[in-house]
Design a protein. Structure first.
Lengths: 358, 371, 151
């Protein structure tokens, strides 16, 4: 059976057998780097296509269907166009920061890939503070956005960046608190431990209503953190034309665009890992036959399936809801989500201490 | 130095919304003074598509000038044509055949629905919801198809002319209008489910861009903008023309004065228009579709004023004639012009997001404002 | 009030005003000097209550300019036309935008298209035309050989 764990182990053993350990480690770095960049390209292309198809489905139209079968190469064509476009830097912009900003956003998104477990035993870096690493690194991207808005020398960009700053900083609290509920239940920050703790049931089923609440809060908060509608105030094209990336064009714009989709993927991957059991298959109690069939589906399919389900959910939000206003957005966080998550955290802590979960 | 930075001496930020901006739906230019996100002052700059239609009309005959008016408020071009034709007919005392009158009113109401459909989609898009646009265009498309069949055009129809209408109805007209009515009624609930009942939408609209009744009158607001503030201003009810006095319909009034009231007025107005069409569509009398008129119309000396209710409010056509074949002076009192003048008052002290919500419910059509 | 009653009432109230026959509504001519006080009174007088200015424009009669104010009452539902004759060479009139705020935009339009100077207007600038536009396009003597407005 196709198992990514076996493949990685085989590659690891073969490299160590043929090369000395240092060289083997170096070549493993190289392979991981190439794979990460390839994953980026594939994710970017497929998620953009998926978004367009989902939007078309919701909006009673067909979506891209001319370039390639089912319009599959439409995003490739778009990327080619963006690469060939001139990357303009406006007069009066802070050139260094202006050009640096998209890379910061991109690098922050790339670093987040490290602790994510894509399948059983298929993880770049199983660091013991995995969840902490994720929350810490994900807040770096706001610096890139603020930088882009400030350096553009454009008031629309500045307004967008300020909105985005206020929004990401506030919503990180809720996202962090809802992640902590799982950390409390598991007792570990390590991603592999969290997944293994869900071998006998996903947290969303095991953790009763409090975990369900924190899951909902998590989804709302990461939607806001990734600047997706209905929280896309940083872009808000009907108010601020394009928000913080108004002045960007060509590949620099594409990097922002790509980073947005990578961030969505990562946010949904974290959600799938923490609440939906990562690559763990779906098991029901003692139904041995059913569980066996579920085990037969490769773990990578489980992970990708759960992640894309959450991504679909976020796309569904985007094409259904109108946008919030900036004060309503902050009210929602500080007056509703934050108190609820704090109380919820206490309840979960009580639950964990008393062992009131399956 | 302050000009260079685009700030005022108090440190407020000056920002140009438009002339090219997604929320202005045209080439409206607003210079805003912002303190953070709070609007301190809004100053509209108009005229980016000013074509001096009033001057143009001074050298056109009374048959010709009707067609220019289609280009003013292009979303209710039937109603513009209708108003001009009525003004000429009133001056020349032309008796319009009953059939033409009914056709005109049906066309007016179809135009009104089409215009409100477009407004609904565009306004939702202003608020960040993209999907409603496609839903409203699905139904609007049927109306434009019906128009195309009978009038030969989809936007600037030029169908109504002094004396009646240009040509008789398409044989399928009644059947297609009826199928449109049943389609619209089945889809109308979707509109409310998707947008009206949405909690985010209601929060964005309620208490935003409040226009009191006194201000609405003082600013000369008309149409749904005035009716949202509780000012009874439906020309079809107050000064009925053609067969409007014979049909049953309600003037939609809301008293909130905020964006949500204006929204509800427009949404419910679509139902009233459907009600009017339903009463008339089976009762189109037989007969001539055009009165016998001379090829060249000569208006008697005098002044003539005709008001009609377009989708945006009251359109006034003021003709000053010296007895020739061309008018001495024509003034089009466009609804958008007066409604826009209230915008600065309505959005003062609110956020940029509210500006978009307010402007969306004013339903501005820029060629109508600039003329 | 119907037109006859209104006309009678108006002629009692404004003995100096002259009336013009014809048209749908009562046409009343006022002198520019007494215009602004009369306009204020027309709005506030309980019998008239002309609170709604639905059209403000100007007509060029070559010898003089006519300011035309279409007024109606949202309470009594009667309408009238108020007219003021202005000198062609130095057209000046008091603004009415303190009485009816819709006049602010309409007067700016008349100012640029006819060259009528509105005294005490809060913000008298060009509205539709560009700032460097010369001439008053809606006057009868306006000719522009480059931008042919006349068809």
């Amino acid at each position: 059976m196709l198992s990514l764990e076996n493949i990685t182990n085989a590659v690891h053993e073969w490299l160590n057998a043929t090369l000395n350990p240092n060289l083997a480690l170096l070549s493993e770095f190289l392979i991981v780097g190439v794979l990460a960049i390839a994953l980026f390209a594939v994710l970017g292309l497929s998620l953009v296509l998926m978004e367009r198809k989902v939007a078309a489905f919701i909006q009673i139209r067909l979506g891209p269907n001319r370039v390639g079968p089912f319009g599959m190469f439409q995003t490739v064509a778009d990327t080619l166009k963006l690469i060939m476009k001139e990357g303009l830097t406006p007069d009066g912009a802070d050139k260094f920061l202006f050009n640096l900003a998209p890379y910061i956003v991109m690098i922050a998104a790339m670093m987040l890939l490290a602790p994510i477990a894509f399948a059983k035993g298929f993880q770049i870096w199983d660091i013991n503070i995995g969840v902490l690493f994720l929350t810490a690194v994900s807040s770096i991207s706001v610096i890139g956005i603020l930088m882009a808005g400030w350096a553009s020398n454009n008031k629309y960009s500045l307004l967008g960046a300020m909105r985005s700053g206020a929004q990401i900083v506030s919503y990180e609290l809720s996202a962090g608190l809802s992640i902590i509920t799982i950390v409390i239940l598991t007792g570990s920050l390590q991603i592999s431990d969290i997944i293994n703790a869900q071998a006998n049931g996903w947290w969303i089923f095991k953790g009763h209503i409090p975990v369900l609440i924190s899951f909902v809060i998590f989804i709302i908060a990461v939607t806001a953190e990734t600047n997706r509608a209905p929280f896309d105030l940083a872009e808000a094209e009907s108010e601020l034309t394009a928000g913080f990336h108004t002045e960007y064009s060509g590949m620099k714009f594409a990097l922002f665009f790509l980073a947005e989709y990578i961030n969505i993927f990562i946010a949904c991957a974290i959600g799938a890992t923490l609440f939906l059991g990562g690559w763990m298959p779906f098991h029901i109690g003692h139904w041995e036959a059913f569980n066996h069939i579920m085990d037969f589906i490769p773990s990578s399919f489980w992970f990708i399936g759960k992640t894309f389900f959450l991504i679909f959910l976020m796309m569904w939000f985007r094409w259904t809801f109108p946008r919030l206003r900036i004060d309503q957005l902050l009210n929602l966080e500080w007056k509703y989500l934050l108190p609820i998550s704090l109380v919820n955290l206490l309840v979960v802590a009580l639950m964990a201490v008393m062992g009131w979960y399956f | 130095m302050f000009e260079e930075l685009g700030t005022t001496a108090e440190g407020d930020m000056l920002i140009n919304i438009g002339p090219q901006h997604p929320a202005t739906h045209g080439v409206l230019h607003l210079v805003m003074t912002l303190n953070g996100e709070t609007i301190k002052k809004t100053e509209p700059h108009l005229g980016y598509i000013h074509r001096s239609i009033e001057k143009m009309c001074e050298s056109l005959t009374y048959r010709q000038f009707v067609y220019v008016t289609s280009r003013m408020d292009y979303l209710s071009s039937h109603i513009n044509n209708h108003g001009c034709s009525l003004a000429v007919e009133k001056a020349m005392q032309i008796e319009v055949p009953e059939r033409a009158q009914v056709i005109r009113v049906i066309m007016d109401e179809l135009t009104r629905i089409a215009s409100h459909e477009l407004w609904w989609g565009a306004m939702a898009m202003d608020l960040g919801a993209f999907t409603p646009f496609f839903y409203s265009f699905r139904e609007r498309e049927t109306i434009t198809d019906i128009m195309e069949e009978t009038c030969g055009a989809r936007l600037t129809m030029n169908y109504i002319c002094p004396g009646g209408v240009m040509m008789d109805l398409h044989p399928d007209f009644q059947k297609r209008v009826k199928s449109f009515i049943s389609l619209f009624k089945s889809k109308f609930d979707e509109y409310n489910e998707l947008v009206t009942g949405n909690i985010i939408f209601q929060n964005r609209m309620k208490g935003v861009g409040v226009l009191s009744k006194e201000d609405a009158i003082s600013y000369g607001c008309t149409g749904p903008t005035a009716r949202g503030s509780g000012v009874s201003s439906d020309i079809r009810k107050l000064y009925p023309y053609e067969v409007y006095s014979k049909v049953q319909f309600d003037e939609v009034l809301e008293t909130g004065g905020d964006s949500f009231s204006r929204y509800m007025v427009r949404i419910n107005e679509m139902l009233q228009s459907i009600k009017i069409i339903e009463q008339l569509i089976d009762n189109i009398p037989e007969g001539e579709f055009q009165a016998k008129t001379k090829a060249v119309l000569k208006l008697p000396k005098g002044e003539f004023y005709q008001r009609v209710e377009t989708a945006r409010g009251e359109l006034g056509i003021y003709i000053v004639s010296e007895g020739g074949t061309t008018p001495h002076r024509i003034k089009f009192r466009s609804p958008g012009f007066s409604n826009l003048s209230a915008l600065g008052h309505m959005v003062k002290g609110s956020k940029i997001g509210d500006l978009v919500a307010t402007m969306g419910t004013l339903d501005l059509v820029i060629p109508d404002i600039d003329r | 009030m119907n037109n006859e009653e209104l006309k009678l009432k108006l002629s009692e109230q404004y003995p100096t005003a002259t009336f013009e026959e014809g048209g749908e509504w009562v046409n009343m001519f006022l002198e520019p000097a007494s215009f602004i006080t009369s306009a204020l009174e027309l709005k506030n007088h309980p019998d008239f209550h002309f609170d709604y200015l639905f059209c403000l424009t100007c007509v060029d009669w070559k010898t003089h300019l006519n300011m035309v104010y279409h007024l109606t009452s949202t309470k009594h539902r009667h309408a009238m036309v108020l007219k003021v004759k202005l000198d062609c060479n130095k057209p000046e009139i008091e603004t009415v935008c303190n009485i009816w705020r819709t006049a602010e935009f309409h007067e700016r339009e008349v100012y640029e298209l006819f060259g009528v100077n509105f005294l005490n207007h809060p913000d008298l600038r060009k509205l539709l035309l560009t700032d460097d536009f010369v001439g008053f396009p809606l006057r009868k003597d306006f000719e522009d050989p480059i931008n042919m407005i006349r068809l």
